[in-house]
Write a protein that binds this ligand. Structure first.
Ligand code: DQA
Length: 152
């Protein structure tokens, strides 16, 4: 039996992790985040499909493809979190459990980061734990998938 796959999506500028504002986002790279995701998911019997794009349409294409192929989505949409009705609509239509993550605590930052178009289509939101936000999201999603299996 193949393991259920979690799609971990990263939006604009997250490819610059480790270089971009390290005081805010830390010194780990997106490669380090990916490794941490694979490691924790593996321990939980899940596979990870980890992707990053700076383009809104690409992220939407991947969300659409996840329907039917992924068991759930972990998404850090970067700045699109605060602007994208289109990503909101795609996630709403995906019919999958979604966890929103942010490296930084967006509520400690500028007011324009306090609104998210993703939170109301997500099961939960995790922010402020750096790389560990992703690991916590994978743990949360694993618990949701386990509970769904028990209900089935
Ligand atoms: C971010 C927070 C966003 O406000 C910002 O635009 C990002 C990164 C985070 O992970 O903390 O690009 O999503």
């Amino acid at each position: 039996m193949t393991e259920p796959t979690i799609l971990v999506l990263n939006g604009p500028n997250l490819n610059l992790l480790g270089v971009r504002e390290p005081a805010l986002y830390g010194s780990e790279t997106l490669g380090d985040v990916e490794e941490a995701c694979h490691e924790r998911a593996g321990l939980l019997g899940l596979a990870v499909d980890f992707r990053q794009s700076n383009h809104e349409g690409q992220l939407i294409d991947w969300i659409q493809e996840a329907r039917g192929s992924a068991a759930g989505i972990v998404i850090n949409a970067g700045a699109y979190t605060h602007t994208s009705v289109a990503i909101h609509d795609a996630l709403r239509s995906a019919d999958l459990p979604v966890i929103e993550v942010h490296l930084s605590n967006v509520f400690k930052r500028e007011p324009f980061r306090h609104h998210s178009y993703i939170s109301d289509v997500a099961v939960g939101v995790i922010c402020g734990f750096g790389t560990n936000s992703y690991v916590l999201a994978i743990e949360g999603l694993a618990a949701i998938l386990d509970a769904a299996k028990e209900d089935a």
